[in-house]
Write a protein that binds this ligand. Sequence first.
Ligand code: CAP
Ligand code: MG
Length: 452
Amino acid sequence: MAQKIVSNRVKEYEGYLDYNYRPTKEDLVCEYFIQPAKGISLEGAAQRVASESSIGTWTDIDTLSQKMFNELSPKIFFVDKKRGVIRIAYSKELFEESNVSQILSSVAGNVFGMIDVDKIKLMDIDFPESFIKHYRGPYYGVEGVRKIMGVKHRPFVGTIVKPKIGLSESSHASVAYQAWVGGCDYVKDDENLTSMSFNNFYNRVNLTLKAMSKAEKETGEKKAYLPNVTAPFKEMKKRAEHVISQGGEFVMVDVLTLGWSAVQELRNMDLNVVYHGHRAMHAAFTRDPCHGISMLVVAKFCRLIGIDQLHIGGMVGKMYEGKEEVKSVGEAIEQKVVKQNLATHRLKEEWHDLKSMIAVCSGGLHPSKVAPIIHGMGRDVIIQAGGGIHGHPRGTIAGATAMRQAVDAEMQGYTAQEYAKTHSELKEALEKWDKPIANKKVNTKTRIIKRK
Ligand code: CAP
Ligand code: MG
């Protein structure tokens, strides 16, 4: 039997604009930068994005009723044509509240491949109040980490054992020991060091934690070792449990290469360890200012699922990023109520009872970078240097001492140069690294994106 042709279908890519709409606390709001494809207006592109990220598809369909559309269609309530910025409010019914993967598959999924947009970047996301309350967030957070470490006010100094990969278990433990006695609070594995033929995870953990106890006794300071437990889930859990059985209180996870679900599951096991989140791979989608997902969004999901301390950028180091951007992400992970800021693409956010994460600054850092980091990020920060410690002219112990001296200088109100007059390790580090780097142009301007 021939079917009747229905004429009152919901039109594809229409009906999503609603400038009078004011998002409620229960909406999920996304800010996108969009550069539409040729021949498509910003509003047109925005409607396509709203549709593809929720209930629609490229054509009208018989199965989408007007009633369903009225109940579920997201609302584009803000369009800034000059900047190419739009905001969409989604009904929370479109999401499974505890399923990060589903949320991302919606608002950060197909939209990146649509031919109707040349570029699109998810700049920020504001979660519904009930979602925030549903997640457990960091177990320790800034306060918890300070309590474990017994360090009340100053920033933490950390190092990454270098070379990234190549040392045996005993050499690794020995380098770690030198870093701790030199003055580091933290020593961590690098992002690509897991369990290698020449450096087995379990042996490395045993030897390095032993070296840590020795350093603690000798220095009278609490120290932390952050072994990289990144692995397929079952093995990762086994590795984390091994760390705990040996007295370790911290583990490191490569959040993005592991995947959200694995990290969320590990955190929800209540192993009572501090989770240090490395963000390896983030630049594949954060680096382009006009396309991908911002670090702010990555960081907010990390806080939601319970990372305690997260790499957010070196600010003045070797990686590509804007200073203001790093600062803004730092504020978003530390504050309870985050204020909206159009210049840094930040939406407002209320974190309710979720604890804050401590920012980790890393990448090309050395003692003369310490002051600008503290000025920009405040004292709740872990300043990590790999090359900037092991590359000291007199090696790791002196390198760690110099980094710690740079922090002490700042805490006591001296410049690094002043403090170096009476501290030889710092002096030698500054002589080696405190030079302007030729031909290196770092764009530290706030990245307000202009449309072509
Ligand atoms: C730093 C580092 C960090 C990167 C990335 C490295 O070593 O260990 O992984 O900085 O961190 O392997 O390069 P150096 P982030 O101190 O020797 O540069 O994601 O925070 O940018
Ligand atoms: Mg590294």
